[in-house]
Design a protein. Structure first.
Length: 122
């Protein structure tokens, strides 16, 4: 698989994640108002920001590197992604008026994009 194709798929996934965050947040804003809409926005960003970090991390790998360097880059990116996710959840729970269920709904919705990414074709 060419690196350009991989990045193209990653770009599509990140774009879909941003669109889903906007849709869910807008829907909650229209129905429930700003205080509740802040929760799915936070949850969506908690999922999106670490994914963006990982995507930028793997974008720096090239096909001509040896397998060990590529795997180290992936492991470091995934470790950073998990740590960043934990930190963002911690910060979100410190924000006043964050509601747990909409926060988790936004998070799960954005993470679920990966499940549907398997169906995407170039």
């Amino acid at each position: 698989m060419a690196v350009g194709t991989k990045l193209s798929t990653v770009s599509k996934i990140l774009t879909l994640q941003v669109l889903l965050v906007i849709i869910i947040t807008s829907g909650c804003y229209i129905v429930y108002g700003f205080p509740i809409a802040l929760s799915p926005l936070s949850g969506g960003l908690i999922a999106f920001i670490p994914n963006l970090y990982f995507a930028l991390r793997i974008a720096n790998t090239s096909a001509d590197q040896d397998a060990k360097k590529i795997m180290r880059s992936f492991y470091a990116g995934e470790s950073g992604k998990l740590i960043l996710t934990a930190i963002l959840f911690y910060v979100a729970f410190k924000v006043p008026n964050i509601t747990l269920l909409p926060l988790l709904a936004g998070y799960v919705a954005v993470v679920s994009i990966f499940w549907f990414a398997l169906l995407m074709r170039d």
